[in-house]
Structures are given as C-alpha cells and as structure tokens.
Design a binder for this molecule. Structure first.
Ligand code: CA
Ligand code: CA
Ligand code: CA
Length: 281
C-alpha cells in the first residue's frame, strides 16, 4: 500500500513537470538545447518581440540597448522575431552615435548574425561601426558587397596614416530570400568570414588593435557613416558581438544555438532548478 502511494506521487510529480513544460510553450528540455557561447559576449540583440519596447531594442546580454530610427518592423524571424528593414534611407537600429559611450571590441572581435537579403547593393551594412570616406578608412562592419557577404576591418598596424580597411568577401555568392548565418572574426592577426558555419575567406592584411574613428553611427541595418546611408532591405536576426575571435567550432555551436542558457529576466523560462523544485512539491 505504501509503495503504491509512492508510485502515484512520483507519477504526479512527473506529470506536473510535463504540464509546466507544455503549458509555458517550452518544447525542448532546457539542458538539451545548444546555447549561445557566453565567453567574450558583449552584446546580443535578439529582436524577439518581448525585448522590443516602443522604440527600444534591448541588448539582452550587455548594456547597449538600441534605438529604432525610421521605418522598420519586428517580424517573425529565424529564431523568434527579427528586424525587417525596407531599404529606404534613414532607417536603422542604433546603439549609439557617441563612440565614447559605445562598448566596442578593441583587440579582437566576433560579429555574428542571421541575414535575409531582399536586394543586393554595392555597400550593404548589417552591423556597422565604420567610417569609409575616401582614403579615411576606420572601424569595422559586417555586410555585403553586391552578392558577397563581407567583413571589413581597419587595424592600427595596417594604418597608412588615415586608416585602411580590408573588405574580406565570402567566396560563395549569396541568394536572395534565404536565411544565412554570417560571422566575421578577428584575432589581432587574421580576419575570417564564415557563412553557414563554413570558412569562406581569410586575410592577414590587418594586425594589432582595431583602429576606430572619432565618430561612428554604431548601428544594425544600415551602412551608415558621415557620407553614406544605405539601408538593408530584408531581415536581420540574433545579432551578437564578442570581444574575442570565436573558433570555427564555436561558430558552428552558435549557428545551432537557440538562445542563452538562462533567458534574461522578464522572459518566461524555466531552469532545471525551478523544474526540480516544482516536481518535489
Ligand atoms: Ca530573434
Ligand atoms: Ca563613407
Ligand atoms: Ca587610408
């Protein structure tokens, strides 16, 4: 009799866990998910709808909440929601236009995102912290040169007096209306660009600390500097910035990742601790 009661209790506890999981819409157990690498992460803009309030897009990891400027929408994306831009001038999601307030990588970096293109332009910008005005070439960006994904960076060792950018293009051209995982890394000696987890280009032209200009428009969704403003046409999702170069293995991990290990406060989520606590009640 006592055993029977225990079994019933155990069953009740298990079904309680199942109800909690399905009831909150969490389809996969927390521990089975591939999660975003946190080592070196300094910014993460997911564009999920519960992280966008009015004109503010939360940085769900770091301190750089961004401001929606101009006409753009939050739409269904690769993971949760994404930002959709229409290509007209004047729109972007801006972290800051004050480089003194920007939290930017200095020695090494990784910029990572999911991109969906609805047109190809010569100077496409996904995430931009650059000035490229004639021979004055400083900062970095991840974007496109026509149909090629492109990671551009300017370093102090390669400085020709007023900065020098290397635009490292992916070898394989991209297609419109498809999601691509695009990553640029720089370890202080080499730039790399990865597309869908595959290394698509390497350059050793740049070395040393990143060479920043005095003024930037640190933004998502536009190739914006002092004399250009080319807005992306398409979607961008799950934008992440690191202050170190992720390895190829880490890039592959993040391509599979469905978010952070523990979702940020305000997002409905359960940790194993909470599940266990619920089950033992
Ligand atoms: Ca998202
Ligand atoms: Ca320019
Ligand atoms: Ca120059």
């Amino acid at each position: 009799m006592f055993l029977f009661v225990m079994n019933v209790r155990k069953k009740m506890a298990l079904s309680l866990v199942a109800v909690l999981i399905t009831g909150l819409g969490v389809a996969i157990p927390v521990a089975a998910r591939t999660v975003v690498i946190e080592d070196g992460l300094i910014g993460y803009w997911s564009f999920d709808k519960d992280t966008v309030k009015g004109k503010t897009v939360a940085d769900i990891w770091g301190n750089q909440d961004a401001e929606i400027i101009g006409d753009l929408q939050i739409v269904a994306g690769k993971f949760g929601e994404a930002v959709q831009l229409g290509g007209g001038a004047g729109a972007r999601v801006q972290m800051t236009d004050d480089i003194k307030k920007a939290e930017l990588p200095t020695e090494e970096m990784t910029i990572e995102l999911w991109a969906w293109d609805e047109q190809f332009i010569e100077w496409g910008g996904y995430v931009v912290a650059v000035q490229d005005n004639g021979a004055f070439e400083k900062g970095w960006l991840l974007g496109t040169r026509w149909k090629a994904f492109s990671f551009a960076l300017s370093s102090e060792d390669a400085d020709d007096g007023d900065g020098l950018l290397t635009y490292l293009n992916a070898a394989t051209p991209s297609e419109m209306n498809e999601w691509y995982h695009v990553v640029g890394t720089y370890d202080g000696r080499e730039m790399k660009i990865y597309v869908n987890g595959k290394l698509e280009g390497t350059s050793g032209v740049q070395s040393g600390p990143i060479n920043y200009p005095d003024r930037i428009f640190f933004s998502i969704g536009a190739y914006k500097d002092d004399n250009e403003d080319f807005v992306h046409k398409g979607m961008l999702d799950e934008v992440r910035l690191y202050d170190r170069a992720l390895s190829e293995k880490e890039v592959l991990n993040n391509m599979e990742a469905e978010g952070l290990a523990v979702e940020p406060a305000g997002k409905l989520s359960l940790t194993w601790g909470q599940l266990k606590a619920a089950a033992s009640r």
